[in-house]
Design a protein around this ligand. Structure first.
Ligand code: CA
Length: 218
């Protein structure tokens, strides 16, 4: 009889685990983290606003902290590149994986927590970033952490596989900073960003990318 009593809670736990049904009254209310606090809008002075018709504006001079707090922003979940320093794969230093996720390079310079191409001064290279949610894009932010100023083109692949060039030109980014590119009037959804570099622009520094943010509405 004592044994049976002792066993009862154990059986309860197993039943709970298997069926999710209640032996006790404890209920797992999967709190759907509803309103992500409506007061988090970073009240930075917004100058320079390109888009006029977009449902939300994209600030091309956003601060680092405001970028981290960007409600409509995503950081990449996977990446591939034309080449990688030391042919690194997986979590090895300088692999494309190090351009995914939030920024984690603290100072301008050569760091294995950023992606770097195989050679310093070879010429054209690219990085393709993949995100979880397809969005109607309003902007892209590329955090350059070494060899800043090498980006020559940025494209987005829509969900039908068609590429859209959103920017090409002279990258004036210097130091540890973001190249912030607005996208206006997009009528497609994307979860793929391709960045093209010309590494000969900074012959003495490797072009390194710490993180890339895709901004847009679901
Ligand atoms: Ca990184």
């Amino acid at each position: 009889m004592r044994k049976t009593l002792l066993l009862l809670p154990v059986v309860c736990l197993i039943v709970l685990g298997l069926a999710g049904a209640g032996c006790t009254t404890t209920q797992k209310t999967a709190t759907p983290t509803a309103s992500p606090a409506g007061t988090t809008t970073p009240a930075t002075t917004v100058t320079a606003t390109p888009s006029s018709t977009a449902s939300l504006t994209f600030n091309t001079t956003e601060s680092d902290s405001a970028i981290l707090a960007e409600k409509n922003g995503q950081w990449a979940v996977s990446a591939l590149a034309s080449s990688t320093y030391g042919d690194a794969t997986g979590t090895e230093s300088w692999s494309p994986m190090h351009a995914t996720g939030q920024p984690n390079v603290e100072t301008y310079g050569d760091h294995g927590t950023a992606w770097a191409p195989k050679e310093k001064n070879k010429g054209m290279e690219y990085l393709e970033m993949i995100y979880t949610d397809p969005v109607t894009p309003t902007g892209v932010r590329i955090r350059e952490s070494y060899g800043s100023g090498c980006v020559t083109k940025v494209e987005l692949k829509d969900t039908n596989g068609v590429w859209h060039e959103i920017w090409s030109g002279v990258d004036t980014t210097r130091g540890l900073s973001y190249l912030q590119i607005p996208v206006t009037g997009a009528t497609y959804k994307t979860k793929t960003v391709k960045i093209t570099f010309d590494t000969t622009k900074t012959p003495n520094e490797w072009a390194e990318i710490d993180a890339v943010q895709l901004v847009g509405t679901k």
